[in-house]
Design a protein around this ligand. Structure first.
Ligand SMILES: *[C@@H]1O[C@H](CO)[C@@H](O)[C@H](O)[C@H]1NC(C)=O
Length: 374
């Protein structure tokens, strides 16, 4: 087994660690038995039997750069009762009717539902989509666009088989129906937006990326999600020359990168990504990569696969406390500090990679019962 000090010595040289696969871990994303080992975000709310009476308390549980995302914390509740969709003139009771509203809303679901959107769902600011207590899928149509807005929380839904949007009219606020050119078929596209937190969702099999963070978006936390069955998983920065992406700061923690993934977990351009305590079950091409001098701080992740991370000069890539299994390795480069410099409220303790299978074993949507800890 390679010691931590030998990992830290591996600066600009390609270094390969061959370790024996010894830990077994669950690949099952759906369990809801409260565990002894719970990560910082989960332990903030999951042990409380009254979570459903106080759903908005979730908004205080994020850590990392998306910590300040309040979503609909100071708004009314809105309950989705109708899974149908009309992209121009949505009916009250549908998801689209709630997410376009100008006022803050905390959006929940009256029952299990599969929502197949007719065009991309363009979210307005100060919204929380809270899938706890129901099994909610957004699938088989275009999916979610977070564009030019702030303070969005999406928690506990499954987003899969997303298709490209069509060119045509889509409502984005009560006063605005815009002409859209069609979207790429991302699961969640975060475009020119800030203060966004995506937690406990599952994302798989879509036409484009599962989550894209682009066009000078920043203050984003992507946590506790379960990713599977997809090629280009997560793109942070869309273009090597789009220098406005230098402001981008994204925290990626406690996610489970599951079976059938190929690359981009994430792929980073220009900005900064703190990638900590994630479970990498497997990947086919590479797990973490980038271009245009991004700074990537990989800390306390659990990498279970043999593969190669592209190496370029001038990048700052650091690995610390990562656990490399089965021949996985990380190539560090660059000089200077990679610290995320979190504020006191954003900061959290990164645990050793060996604890990651336990604290990510409930990644993806949870099945929570009302009046019981989740
Ligand atoms: C944190 O501060 C150090 C020292 O000033 C700096 O080198 C580094 O780039 C900063 N990190 C981020 C994410 O801004």
């Amino acid at each position: 087994m390679a010691s931590k000090s030998s990992l830290l010595l591996a600066f600009t040289l390609l270094t390969c660690f061959t370790l024996t696969l010894q830990d077994s871990y669950s690949t099952q994303p759906y369990t809801n038995t409260p565990k002894k080992a719970m990560n910082t975000i989960d332990s903030c709310w999951r042990r409380k039997a009254n979570w459903a009476a106080n759903r908005r308390a979730l908004a205080d549980c994020a850590v990392g750069y998306g910590k300040d995302a309040i979503g609909g914390k100071f708004g009314a509740y809105y309950v989705v009762t109708n899974p149908s969709d009309d992209p121009i003139n949505p009916k009250p009771g549908t998801l689209r009717y709630g997410i376009i509203q100008a006022n803050p809303l905390w959006i929940t679901f009256a029952k299990n539902m599969v929502i197949t959107l007719k065009n991309e769902l363009i979210m307005n600011s100060y919204k929380t989509i809270d899938g706890r207590g129901a099994k909610v899928e957004i699938a088989y149509g275009p999916c979610i666009t977070i564009q030019g807005v702030s303070h969005v929380i999406i928690h506990g839904i499954s987003i899969h088989d997303c298709k490209p949007g069509k060119s045509g009219l889509v409502i984005s606020t009560p006063l605005h129906v815009g002409h859209r050119l069609g979207c790429d078929g991302d699961g969640i596209s975060i475009f020119a937006s800030s203060n966004v937190w995506i937690d406990h969702c599952s994302l798989s099999r879509s036409s484009d990326g599962l989550i894209d963070v682009i066009h000078a978006s920043t203050a984003v936390t992507i946590s506790n999600n379960h990713f599977s069955q997809h090629d280009k998983v997560m793109l942070l920065g869309h273009d090597d020359k789009f220098s406005a992406d230098k402001i981008m700061k994204v925290t990626i923690i406690y996610n489970h990168f599951g079976p059938g993934l190929v690359q981009r977990m994430p792929r980073v351009r220009l900005g900064y990504a703190h990638v900590a305590n994630n479970m990498y079950e497997a990947w086919q091409l590479y797990a973490i990569g980038g271009s245009s001098n991004p700074t990537i701080y990989s800390q306390g992740n659990y990498f279970n696969a043999p593969n190669y991370l592209e190496h370029k000069q001038n990048w700052k890539w650091r690995s610390s406390m990562d656990r490399f299994m089965n021949g996985a390795y990380f190539v560090q480069s660059g000089y200077g500090s990679c610290s995320p410099n979190y504020s006191k409220s954003q900061s959290f303790t990164v645990v050793d990679g060996s604890m990651v299978p336990a604290i990510t074993s409930d990644a993806g949507p949870l099945f929570c019962n009302v009046n019981k800890p989740c």
